[in-house]
Design a protein around this ligand. Sequence first.
Ligand SMILES: *Cc1c(COP(=O)(O)O)cnc(C)c1O
Length: 452
Amino acid sequence: MSDLRQIPSVDQLLSHPHTEQLLARFGHAWTTAAIREVLADLRASFDPTQALPLKEDLVSAVKARLEEEAKPTLRPVINASGVLLHTNLGRAPLSQAALLAMKNAAEGYSTLEFDLETGKRAKRDVHAAALLTHLTGAEDALVVNNNAGAILLALSALTNRRKVAISRSNLVEIGGGFRIPDVMKQSGAKLLEVGTTNRTHLADYARAIEEGASALLYAHQSNFKILGFTSEPTLQELAGLAHDHALPLLVDLGSGSLVDTTRYGLAHEPTVQEVLASGADLVCFSGDKLLGGPQSGILLGSKDLLAKVRKHALYRALRADKLCLAALWATLMAYHTGNYENEIPLYQMLARDLADLQAQAAAWQMRLGRGSTLAGLSTIGGGSLPGETLPTWLLALTVRSPTAFLKRLRQSNPPVIARIENRKVVLDPRTVLPGQEADLLNTLNLLVKDEE
Ligand SMILES: *Cc1c(COP(=O)(O)O)cnc(C)c1O
């Protein structure tokens, strides 16, 4: 038998010796609030036929509550989905060199906008610009927060509210509410749609120039394909036409690879270098797609155009921060040394050997004593290489309820993201980072035991 009056007071729990470390970790106000909540729960579920919990058990409950509340909402997850550039999971994981560069820049002061030679103010653009121009052949480079920002900035700075010609096949929606026509409108540029969804000819662009287009815009169809009766001019042709009329050709390349993707058995994605060589005057792309670096929008092009972009008020609002610039520099360095396949996680994943993936899936199966291995497909994701897949090997688990199992995986620590294929839960070793394998197997071990 127990009595409501035997429930300890807030002060009694606050002065309990085990509470001391909680006060040090979580502070007085937060700890007190958690104690009140635990005591309120206890009162609400009070049952006089049951013994009251010990004070130390109540403090343990307070600790569990505080720890749960202190968990960051932005947490690392194990990506076993096989989607390499998963936008919802943060796209490209960074290289060790990029992480170190970010740490060094974050820890203290840096030469972000400081010239050590003169002791005067310098531009933050210089940090990534030298490598970007060297690697791509562009005259100049500028880095902003993301590619959507890069397009908005370029159009705002270069089109002066005049007309911009774009093919109807290029009026793309990238996801997350980003639509090329909306961004054009936001920049003040007037959309001049040319051609049709499936076929646009050079003559269509020429007509748009007669109607007063001040620039031609080409947007890469990052996340879809148009098949069948299709046609569009080459970038060389577009650049030629634009230049004949002293107008710029602007290209939104989306994923922007520096490397020929056919090396990994994928379709050919026009590289940044190729697009520049074809005569585009300004190219922009994301830093965290096929480049495998930090979230950023990279603008490459002629000195003239980029000088105008740099002067625009929006540049100040969209510019990249020091952590991004540090990580981008280190990522680009891996291309400069030719070591990107060893250093950049995205390329490590792309370059994985199929036999090796099969052996890894088989090792997981052995370790769990359950499931089977299955040939499957990894996808690139992140609005890159639509429909392109890479052969992989999967661990496939037959479970009572695949959706319930996926949920339990998501609720594990760290959370695991898997997928369902033919009513089986499948996990792709390609996107599981080497340092996460032990955690993954522990989680799977616990969950499959409950299935028995
Ligand atoms: C991904 C993408 C964008 C948006 O880039 P963010 O870096 O996500 O802002 C814009 N245009 C194209 C063609 C893309 O593929």
